[in-house]
Design a protein around this ligand. Sequence first.
Ligand SMILES: [Zn+2]
Length: 121
Amino acid sequence: MHELAATESLLTAALRAAEGAGARKVLRIVVSVGHYTGILPEYVEKYFPTASSGTAAEGAALEFQVLPVRVACGSCGTESELAVEDADAGIPEYACRVCGGREFRLLPSNWDIRVESIEVD
Ligand SMILES: [Zn+2]
């Protein structure tokens, strides 16, 4: 159900963007997915044809790009991006490039799922 709701909100965002651009048809939707969002792209792919049926986005291709893990230094707040593999490994070698701090917090964008761009006709 989580993915179904996400699919519907992505579709709504894409259709709104298409309407804003005066487009008749959405050909492709690029979706950015935060590493910790918990949404499985294959389920979004599965729900999309039914959700988009009869809309301008019917038949559109979906493309997913996983966002880098974004963190902020716990001491000075400098934001950095980490490779997903490093984040999964617990980021043992993390050191803030500004102050050298070794503590960080995850930024909210890691839980995002959003339409990054659309291709229209
Ligand atoms: Zn720092």
